[in-house]
Design a protein around this ligand. Structure first.
Ligand SMILES: Nc1ncnc2c1ncn2[C@@H]1O[C@H](COP(=O)(O)OP(=O)(O)OP(=O)(O)O)[C@@H](O)[C@H]1O
Length: 304
């Protein structure tokens, strides 16, 4: 049972602050690290795996600093986001190379075991260059697992992987978590994280925006105010009726036509809007959410 801990951890590159004073603990089971592109997930994972030194604060594994600590490297496995650049190696050669780097007593047996876990024994004699994207992810996973680490860190493992392979990979991660390993994976897709992770940590612009069980995070995201543009055949009439609705927070006429509507409870609003329109004989021509991007959800979470 291993626990990774970040304490007021920051990392900057010149004047870019990639990770900004993050404090969090990652324990056994599966944790999802959720954040939009550029949020600092890759930098965080590099800090947690001992590939980068923190500029300030500390990263520890079971109380010991991770940076420049060979003991920690034996406990950690990392699946980086970048593609394996050794396409000319076979899957077996690639995993074996890592087993040898770790100085394992029986690298051949460890390689076989790791390839079996990810279900790649059969194609292990083929060159990685001929593998599908999902197979390439799994061979990276086998390489990260070859020394049987208690902690497994994966950077965007589902990116570009087809749906069937994705399910396969998710099942593998669940198994790792159920075995008591500390598994953390990053993603920018909430649905992906929800399907596998028990615990979710949200990062935005290098800051720790939220932390909790996925139900809590989902609630935080869905309870936020939502903005719509609604275009009707009578914008002014519609605006005056909508402002009387309890689910509506604010209404403003747009100069280019349509109404900006800020909604507190979009479930209730979705039920009311067609009724309000029908009762007053108004035709709705368009309903368009204006801030449904993940970025806006995140900026809401960080209070931006
Ligand atoms: N080596 C570096 N030198 C300069 N800036 C960097 C470096 N590494 C990361 N950054 C910057 O730090 C910020 C966080 O980047 P990071 O790659 O950690 O984010 P991310 O959440 O993993 O995003 P993505 O999913 O797009 O990779 C970005 O603004 C990035 O440009």
């Amino acid at each position: 049972m291993s626990v990774l801990r970040l304490e007021q951890t920051s990392r900057w590159f010149g004047n870019v602050v990639a990770v900004n004073g993050i404090t969090m603990s990652v324990g056994p089971g599966i944790t999802g690290l959720l954040g939009p592109n550029g949020a600092g997930k890759t930098t965080l994972i590099a800090l947690m795996s001992g590939f980068l030194a923190p500029s300030a604060g500390a990263v520890t594994l079971d109380g010991e600093p991770v940076w420049r600590n060979t003991g920690a490297y034996r406990t950690l496995g990392l699946v980086p986001e970048r593609e394996v650049s050794f396409g000319y190696l076979t899957g077996r050669q690639f995993v074996l190379a890592n087993a040898e780097l770790h100085g394992l007593r029986d690298p051949g047996a460890a390689t076989r075991r790791a390839l079996e876990v990810v279900d790649l024994l059969e194609p292990a004699g083929r060159r990685i260059g001929t593998y599908s994207k999902g197979m390439r992810q799994r061979v990276k996973l086998a390489s990260a697992l070859v020394h049987d680490p208690a902690v497994l860190l994966l950077d965007e493992p589902f990116n570009g992987v087809d749906p069937r392979q994705r399910l396969h990979l998710m099942a593998l991660l669940r198994r790792m978590g159920a075995e008591g390993r500390t598994v953390l994976f990053s993603s920018h897709i909430l649905e992906e994280v929800e399907q596998v992770a028990r615990q979710i940590e949200v990062v935005v612009s290098g800051r720790h925006a939220a932390s909790g069980e996925f139900g809590e995070i989902r609630r935080l995201m869905t309870d936020r105010p939502v903005q719509y543009v609604i275009v009707a055949d009578d914008d002014r009439g519609l605006a005056s009726r909508l402002i009387a609705e309890p689910s509506v927070l604010a209404v403003a006429l747009r100069t280019d036509g349509g109404v900006d509507v800020s909604v507190s409870d979009f479930g209730a609003f979705a039920l009311r809007l067609p009724r309000v329109a029908r009762e007053h004989g108004t035709r709705i021509l368009e309903v368009r959410p204006t801030d449904d991007s993940l970025e806006s959800v995140f900026s809401y979470l960080v209070g931006g």
